[in-house]
Design a protein around this ligand. Structure first.
Ligand code: ATR
Length: 285
């Protein structure tokens, strides 16, 4: 696609960054929406993050996404941190305003909820407990989003109980901590089951979880999207449970940044899913 001298600039900063699907995702929107803009991958070492962020306004960048390992460190290198990013201690999106000030936000929880809204429109998060497996960074974003969406009871299951307690202490909300050996028993009356760990990802062990006590109507979702149908989703589908894969969370979390930088509201479509999945197939591990 041809760009002009007025092209709007954005990108993703990571270390490494070559695995990121964001350039493919934003590139698709730029092209299909005919935006005069560019979205580029930037491999930045951790020690250089603050200097690079400060340089963005001087180079005319409208903002960036942040991926591993920069999401936490970025908070100390910007001018303003949004409420959700502050609460989670991590940011994935930076917007440069007209005065060159850097604003950090976290859209992971937004992406999670929007994916469920689009893929499972009948799900009422206020109606039943949710079971969340894991207590890492992704779990923080998801637990906060579920709590904000009015989920009455969030059962947080983690191999290391201390980590679940730390998450609950930091975020507050209707969190009930369940010990790892009791994970299969707490599924019985849940409306939603979410895996936020990397278990089930290509190259990782599977998630060891019996679904015998899961109600047939419980929606099962996974943040892992490689493979798209994880062992958890295959097992849930085989029992007749509705399932939502993790790719949509990645796609939806990107929407607010794109709109802020490029001035057009993008949509998540089947065609976009196929385009990003094709990139996943070509990606080296
Ligand atoms: P992220 O920030 O991407 O969520 P993370 O902080 O490394 O990643 O968190 C990984 C999650 O996967 C944690 O909840 C971790 O459990 P612990 O807190 O006990 O480490 C969980 N996890 C990773 N490997 C696991 C395994 N083999 N069995 C059970 N849980 C595992």
């Amino acid at each position: 696609m041809t760009i002009s001298g007025k092209a709007r600039l954005a990108g993703v900063i990571g270390w490494p960054v070559a695995h990121s699907l964001s350039p493919r995702l934003h590139g698709y929107w730029l092209s299909t929406l005919s935006v005069d803009g560019m979205y580029v991958p930037m491999a930045v070492q951790p020690g250089d993050l603050a200097a690079v962020l400060r340089t963005l306004p001087k180079m005319g960048f409208r903002g960036v996404n942040l991926t591993v390992p920069h999401k936490e460190a970025a908070l100390g290198a910007v001018d303003e941190v949004g409420a959700t990013a502050r609460r989670l201690g991590a940011a994935n999106t930076i917007v440069v305003d007209d005065d060159g000030r850097l604003h950090a936000s976290n859209t992971d929880g937004f992406g999670f909820i929007e994916n469920l809204r689009q893929s499972a429109p009948g799900l009422d998060l206020r109606a039943a407990p949710a079971v969340v497996i894991g207590a890492g960074g992704a779990a923080r974003a998801i637990v906060a989003a579920l709590s904000d969406a009015g989920c009455p009871d969030i059962r947080l299951v983690n191999r290391t109980r201390d980590r679940a307690e730390a998450l609950a202490g930091d975020l507050g909300g209707p969190i009930e901590i369940v010990d790892w050996p009791a994970r299969a028993d707490c599924l019985c009356d849940a409306g939603l089951l979410v895996n936020t760990t990397s278990l089930g990802m290509i190259g990782q062990p599977p998630l060891d979880l019996s679904l015998d006590k899961l109600d047939p109507g419980t929606l099962v979702t996974d943040i892992v999207y490689a493979p798209l149908e994880t062992g958890l989703l295959v097992a849930a589908r085989a029992r007749g449970n509705p399932v939502v894969d993790g790719l949509g969370m990645l796609l939806h979390q990107a929407r607010p940044g794109f709109e802020a930088w490029f001035g057009v509201r993008p949509e998540v479509t089947d065609e976009l899913r196929h385009h990003v999945l094709a990139g996943l197939g070509r990606r080296s591990p």
